[in-house]
Ligand binder design. Sequence first.
Ligand code: ADP
Ligand code: MG
Length: 686
Amino acid sequence: MANSELQKLNGVGAATISQLNSLGLFTIQDLCFHLPNTYQNKTKVTPISNLDIGEEALIEGEVVSVQAIYRPRKMLVAKISDGYSYLNLRLFYFHPNQTRQFQKGLSIRCYGKTSLSKYGLEMIHPDYEINQKLPPLQKTLNPTYRICKGISQNKIKKFIQEAIKVYDFEDEAINLNHYGDDNALSIKDALEIIHNPSADIPIDDLIPGGTHPARVKLLKEELIAFQTGMVSLRSKMKTSKAEPCIENGSWREDFLSMFPYELTAAQSRVESEINKDLIKSEPMMRLVQGDVGSGKTAVAVLAATKALDSNFQAAFMAPTTLLAQQHFENIKNFFPNHIDEIELLTSGLTKSVRKKILEKIKLGKIKFIVGTHAIFQADVEYCNLALAIIDEQHRFGVNQRLALIKKTENQNIHPHQLTLTATPIPRTLSMSIYANMDVSVIDEMPPGRQPIITSMLSMQSKENLISRTREAISKDSLIYWICPLVEESETLDLSSVTQTHEILCDEFGEDKVGLVHGKLSKDSKNEEIDKFRDGKTKILVSTTVIEVGVDVPDADIMIIENAERFGLAQLHQLRGRVGRGSKQSYCILLHKDKLNEVSSERLDVLCQTQDGFKIAEKDLEIRGPGEIMGAQQTGIVPFKYANLIRDSRYLEETKLIAEKIFNEDRQLANKLIKRWVSGSMAYADA
Ligand code: ADP
Ligand code: MG
């Protein structure tokens, strides 16, 4: 087993390994570099009367009463008093013995987010401990990590602490001070600080975007490693060859007869730019930028037909299984005469099915391969891959990009590479990051699209929104209702979607409201989306799993809760799920009541424009990093820690350092790339 390395850790067995894998953690090093999203300050108690709605805090009190309620759905409600005020603790998921745990008179300590319902102050699924007498308060900040079912915060903390102890960081060997990185901390020091910060360090300095030297150390080294990888890639590509794709044949004819629209002028232009590259015997490295909904898929599939008609294989890689499936279904429809030569390859297949598919790929019987990163895993052997298409490429880390290139190399023959992105990377950034790529821009939308009317609405008006929703449904609207992903807490995250789902079910009936989140199986996810697409459900409550590429042309209303917690690029992506048909579409940005100036300015940008480039520029200008959730979620992020917009000031410096390292010390360059670029291949397989 490739990941047996994790077994070295105490308490890690096969089940835990597969859970860690699902978080993208395959090695001890991966664990060390799994940084907290944020921290909880559990070092001081807040009186209930001083709690702020929407903020997290620690409270202490006594259990006054507890009851399991069955309306509308089973839940547990415990009433707590701190001697002055009351608060309700509400659990949607609980075990019968949890009811017995909440004995009247026992002391309780809770950490969670305060909310307000018609019954008063509440905390939904807080962390809590109950006892006769509570233990002393913590003295250090409490890191919270991205976790999953089976891996609690406590567990992952323990694994990470042990991982740091046993891992050999090779800090002596990978010392960049000589190359102009003046940070005195070693990677090990930096990680120790980030995973165990003392309570006097401001949390803002430690979280993504923070300025603590430990944070800066990590993100700069990541940038240097990435740039070193790019330099080495560029030097490699200069000497390699590709298969020229020159033929037109039945694949292309199939597509042209099945595609229901005329190509837009921009699509045609980009198509011919691509074709000029494809006929060459040096590998194409082209990035197609086109706003959400501009029709990048058609352009990519047309490129694939060139390779296919020239009797080569083509591969189409999507960032999530959901999206891969959707592409696969669409693509099959385009090629009725080639159904047997198109296959979907994701990590969810059974061994025997996978084996059969791999066999056919190797023999060249399957020509068009659609899938997730699974299509470039070690055991996949291509017969004659001539074109690799990578959709929504900002979603793939540098890991995947380099692995892809390594994987597809065959006696110095490389496939042509076509990457598609909706992320409007400002020119200056793309120059320094993707300097090895040519860029084509689809700068025109298919005809007949009306602008999406976008407005901001305070959470206070949610009731009002629900009645407007009723009206919309009666007019056959299809509505997405997005709740934010709370990365650090799966339960909080779930409670926010399930809570909203529940409220909406009460209002509109269970058969009208669908629910999608990351914890559902792939099949149930697809089922929910299909029901929505068919109009069986009218509202689809979802986390951001639907963010990338999901295409339901009839959906016309997008409601986003807590919009202030998303990055602008991400909001733009989400909004792009509507306005795809000819109907007038709407986007409603629900935000918390007291919105600060920066946040309201940011959301206003979305109301004013739908131009992805303008939005990205404004985002740069206003830049409210404290308000942006995780670096991963802002869109333009091929990185674990660095964020090209937020950290653009480091780009020049790190590029120079990278070039120097590559030219002067190849061994160091390789070590550095290995530290940052090897490791996990599973990334966004949500
Ligand atoms: P994206 O660029 O976001 O990947 P898609 O390729 O998913 O966009 O296309 C969005 C929608 O626009 C799809 O429903 C697609 O069928 C449609 N579309 C693509 N090209 C055209 C065109 N030339 N005219 C009309 N509709 C088009
Ligand atoms: Mg797309």
